[in-house]
Design a binder for this molecule. Structure first.
Ligand code: F6R
Length: 368
């Protein structure tokens, strides 16, 4: 059942192209993006004037990734918030607020309570969920199921990629209802998403080197992760995976924050993973990142750089280079996350830990 793999997690990492393809399948019909269990009218969607994404852990990171695209496509403000924070403050919600509750299990206590709170305030709730008929979709006004299949490894991998894809489809459905994108633009965005399983397959084909790299990092005391724009949530997710699996101190930062504090952490030999933006798609950010890397390298960091293939400018600053296929900027997290999952799993294995069952963690957190 582990398909010849030592751990479910490694099998699930390899299933990501299918998880993405299955999540997208059937949601673009006759030129229109469609949701599941739609109990909201088109008018409800058109009336939305603000979006909250609420979730926990990895699911929260999927919301952070999607914010960039949803705001760009819909011109609606999108706030992404940890469910445990959202529910205990007094968020401004009304019937024109769309709350997107993202949960693999559909049973996470904090996310469920956030949904209940939102509905009491008359907000519309759309669930993004991997588990048919779970409590969160049952209590929501509409659902978009991720079809990643059952995830046995406690750490989320394929469900994260599927959540990103689903969140992006929510963005396209909103853009369609609001008319902020023409039908042909929505078709183009959807087709770009539909090409991502192939791009992820390409990344999986180059993962052996990342495994070696992981083994070589087994004795590191800490690892930092840096990103900008959509690379920032990728950095957060990379750090979370490493904490969970390898029990190693790891932190993700927005690279622009370096000078505001984190650069003080840089010391000789500290591994720093950097998610580079595309040199073509995001030239300005790319240049800023190169300058960030040169600064930390000058202070002795061991730089592990994830960069688009053909990115020559970053090479001199990369002690280790992991190449990614060129994909549309907003979709880069779907390829950039994969090597980071493998890296964490491999470091954990080299340290002798069970990557399917990290200590102290449960697959579904139904108590607060
Ligand atoms: C991390 C991980 C957790 C979950 C979080 C939310 O690898 O698995 O952070 O993402 O507990 O769970 P769901 O998505 O079931 O609400």
């Amino acid at each position: 059942e582990k398909g010849g793999h030592e751990y479910f997690m490694l099998k699930e990492i390899e299933e990501q192209p299918e998880a993405l393809a299955d999540t997208l399948r059937g949601h673009f019909v006759d030129g229109r993006v469609i949701l599941d269990e739609q109990r909201m009218t088109d008018q409800d969607l058109r009336d939305v004037d603000k979006v909250f994404v609420v979730a926990c852990g990895t699911a929260y990171h999927s919301g952070l990734v999607a914010k960039y695209a949803i705001e760009h496509w819909t011109r609606l403000p999108v706030e992404v918030e940890l469910a445990s924070e959202f529910r205990y403050r007094d968020p401004v919600l009304d019937r024109d607020t769309l709350v997107v509750a993202v949960s693999q299990s559909g049973e996470t206590a904090d996310t469920l309570e956030a949904v209940r709170h939102a509905r009491e305030q008359k907000a519309r709730v759309l669930a993004v969920c991997n588990t048919n008929g779970a409590q969160i979709p049952r209590e929501s006004d509409a659902v978009l199921y991720t079809h990643a299949g059952p995830e046995v490894g406690v750490a989320s991998t394929k469900t994260f990629l599927a959540q990103i894809a689903a969140n992006l489809m929510v963005g396209l459905a909103l853009a369609q209802a609001r008319g902020t994108k023409y039908a042909d633009e929505i078709a183009r965005e959807f087709n770009e998403l539909a090409a991502m399983p192939e791009a992820v397959r390409k990344v999986l084909g180059t993962i052996e080197r990342v495994r070696d790299l992981g083994r070589s990092l087994a004795d590191a005391k800490a690892v930092l992760f840096l990103g900008r724009h959509v690379g920032y949530p990728v950095a957060l997710e990379g750090a979370l995976k490493l904490k969970e699996l390898a029990y190693m101190h790891a932190e993700g930062f927005a690279a622009g924050e370096l000078k505001h504090g984190p650069i003080a952490l840089i010391e000789e030999g500290l591994p720093v993973v950097i998610v580079m933006p595309s040199p073509k798609g995001r030239a300005v950010l790319h240049a800023k990142m190169v300058s960030n890397i040169s600064e930390i390298q000058a202070r002795g960091a061991h730089t592990i750089v994830l960069a688009e293939e053909g990115d020559e400018a970053v090479r001199p600053f990369a002690d280790e280079l992991i190449e990614l296929p060129a994909v549309p900027t907003l979709l880069q997290p779907l390829v950039a996350t994969v090597p980071l999952q493998v890296l964490s799993a491999e470091i954990a294995r080299a340290r002798g830990y069970d990557v399917d069952k990290p200590r102290n963690l449960a697959k579904s957190v139904t108590v607060e």
